[in-house]
Design a protein around this ligand. Structure first.
Ligand SMILES: [Zn+2]
Length: 379
């Protein structure tokens, strides 16, 4: 399906395609939509990943008749409200949703048993992991999880005019937080501790026991057990495969936001993303300062991802995600070229709101994008 993206545009366009993440609400006004899409268009941004279901989703009662449908009416409404403005300014629109991390109260109340459990036997619904209200995670091993998420993906992917669906938080909760965040979050994570080690729900334990004869709770050092790590990676990959297939079933582009490099992803959040199938675009969030990396790591992290995708015979393309808070406005082009030199296809920026808050950033971004696109033509 990578071909789908390239078929509607030239290779050169894909190489210089600029993406940006943006948050949408049902309360976003027509004036605000118009402002952001116009600014994005003027700056040279080609596609927007619009958050329509985040950590604090709006919940509109399913049906007036009181049916128990979980349809995400708020997400659908946000996309439908944004679409005319995307079309007005010629911007490709993708619906960005949080995936395994699902906080909607209707679901939590109806199916608490679908949620992940840590190695202490605590459900993520019963504790406030990292003191974050929104850290509530579905178990990828449960068929109900995949089914539920497929329905949510399908109702968005069937919206006419939408280009794709973008899956974020398609991972486990952080077994270890990115290194640059330990101090501010007040955690000591020199290794994986059971409080942050998920998923030990009954389903996962039974599945692993059936495979290996071992209850993962009996493992002395679960992180060093290759089979138990692999089991969890595979369970997550299977959900990603199924959801991206569902997106393709509706003729839309499937993309995922993933951690910065494959190695860190597997270690920190048990996300073996080079093994995800059916993904058209991988967006590693190379927010380098959260990892205590120097700037040049944007290039090396990009290269690591591209290399592993190739090693895995994965046809998905990689587009490096940059955090504008870590990219000074007078060095935007330099960071874009780090990404390109590492093998990135285009560049994505997080986020439009971040750009807007930073005085002068829009103008600098516009210049950098124009130079980036020109550099490609002169290659
Ligand atoms: Zn589980």
């Amino acid at each position: 399906m990578a071909a789908l993206i390239l078929s509607c545009t030239s290779q050169q366009d894909a190489d210089t395609k600029i993406w940006a993440w943006m948050v949408g609400k049902t309360t976003t006004t027509a004036g605000q939509w118009d402002y952001y899409f116009q600014k994005a268009s003027e700056a040279g941004i080609d596609a927007i990943l619009l958050e329509c279901h985040g950590g604090y989703p709006e919940e509109i009662p399913a049906d007036a008749d009181g049916s128990s449908s979980f349809a995400d009416n708020a997400a659908i409404q946000i996309i439908q409200n944004a679409l005319p403005f995307a079309q007005k300014y010629g911007i490709e629109l993708h619906a960005w949703i949080w995936t395994i991390n699902r906080t909607e109260l209707a679901l939590r109340h109806a199916h608490p048993d679908w949620y992940q459990v840590n190695a202490l036997g605590q459900s993520c619904l019963d504790i406030k992991l990292y003191n974050r209200e929104h850290y509530r995670w579905l178990c990828p091993s449960r068929p109900e999880t995949t089914q539920y998420l497929k329905e949510r993906v399908a109702e968005l992917a069937s919206i006419k005019g939408l280009a794709g669906v973008h899956l974020d938080f398609i991972r486990y909760p952080d077994a270890i937080l990115p290194y640059g965040l330990h101090q501010s979050r007040n955690v000591v994570q020199d290794k994986v501790y059971p409080l942050w080690d998920f998923c030990y729900c009954d389903t996962c334990r039974e599945n692993f026991k059936a495979l290996t004869g071992i209850d993962p709770l009996d493992l002395e050092d679960p992180t060093s057990d290759a089979r138990w790590m692999q089991y969890r990676w595979d369970a997550l990959s299977a959900v990603a495969d199924a959801l991206c297939q569902e997106i393709h079933n509706h003729g839309k582009i499937a993309s995922v936001a993933v951690f910065a490099t494959p190695e860190e992803s597997r270690k920190l959040v048990r996300q073996d993303w080079p093994a995800f199938h059916n993904v058209d675009v991988f967006f590693p969030m190379i927010y380098h300062k959260f990892y205590d990396w120097d700037d040049y790591h944007v290039l090396t992290a990009t290269r690591e991802g591209v290399t592993e995708l190739k090693t895995n015979d994965n046809n998905g393309v990689l587009c490096s995600g940059l955090f504008t808070g870590h990219v000074p406005q007078d060095r935007i082009l330099e960071f874009m070229l780090y990404a390109r030199t590492g093998g990135s296809t285009g560049v994505a920026f997080f986020s439009l709101e971040g750009i807007d808050r930073n005085h002068g950033y829009w103008e600098q971004l516009k210049t950098a994008i124009a130079d980036f696109k020109n550099k490609d033509e002169s290659r």
